[in-house]
Ligand binder design. Structure first.
Ligand code: FMN
Length: 232
């Protein structure tokens, strides 16, 4: 099946049947999540996997009682950095340089550029920027699950602060962003399973632009060349 056929097959499953997802399929989905690209390669997020029934029961209580939380096989929880710091960015860049056999200072120029850009924006912006990166990984997991014929329900319907408390994230520097129950559909009891998939029509969704459609933006261009900074 092609990726597009897999994406047609998948849907935000409302009723799961409790069947267990085999470990190799789970591993495949987790690996797709790990392979996601992220801004500056910082991977500002991590993934928590939960199959403990008692813990899932507690999570359901802070997720508007959505039944997929307890009828799923595994629940994936993305957690993202609550802000940026020199120490955090250095730790990732140093690891990357070690893996590539390059000196730690290779990325120093680039690091100070992004730190300067991020620092002035404040911690709320920083946490939101990190959270956005976690959604890219989340999307990869959704696509990988569809490829493995594993059902999944993308979910923001939970109380993030309560989940952070429950998962002992307070003081960890991470906040929960989004969750994904994985499992198998109980088709006969799922109202959504046979509904038409509806998306914005292609002609409305996609706009092709040329210079003729562009606005005048004046002369205040950014004279910073990131490509040379990264190589320094
Ligand atoms: C970020 C995000 C959060 C969502 N939260 C929930 C949720 O809490 N519960 C739920 O049943 N569906 C949730 N959905 C599912 C959407 O309603 C669904 O993806 C959308 O209607 C498109 O339908 P489809 O996924 O079946 O193609 C969420 C989807 C996304 C992407």
């Amino acid at each position: 099946m092609s990726l597009l056929e897999d994406l047609q097959w998948r849907y935000a499953t409302k009723k799961m049947n409790g069947r267990k997802v085999p470990q190799e399929k789970l591993d495949y989905i987790l690996e797709a999540a790990r392979m996601a690209p992220s801004s500056s390669g910082l991977q500002q997020y991590k993934l928590i996997v939960i199959s403990d029934r008692a813990l899932l029961e507690k999570i359901k209580g802070i997720a508007y009682n959505q039944s997929q939380i307890t009828d799923c096989s595994h629940l994936l929880v993305w957690i993202a950095w609550d802000g940026y710091s020199d120490a955090r960015i250095s730790s990732v860049f140093n690891y990357t340089m070690d893996e590539r056999g390059l000196p730690h200072d290779t990325m120093d120029g680039y690091k100070s550029v992004i730190l300067n850009l991020y620092e002035v924006k404040g911690q709320e912006w920083q946490a939101s920027h990190a959270a956005k990166q976690s959604y890219i990984s989340f999307a990869m997991a959704i696509a990988a699950a569809a490829e493995q014929k594993v059902d999944a329900t993308p979910m923001e319907g939970f109380l993030p602060e309560k989940l952070d408390e429950l998962l002992n994230l307070k003081g960890s520097g991470y906040k929960s962003t989004v969750i994904l129950p994985l499992g198998y559909r109980e088709a006969e009891n799922d109202w959504l399973v046979n509904m038409k998939k509806v998306r914005t029509p292609k002609e409305e969704f996609i706009t092709e632009m040329t210079i003729a459609d562009a606005a005048e933006i004046g002369e205040d261009r950014v004279d910073l060349d990131l490509t040379t900074i990264i190589k320094k």
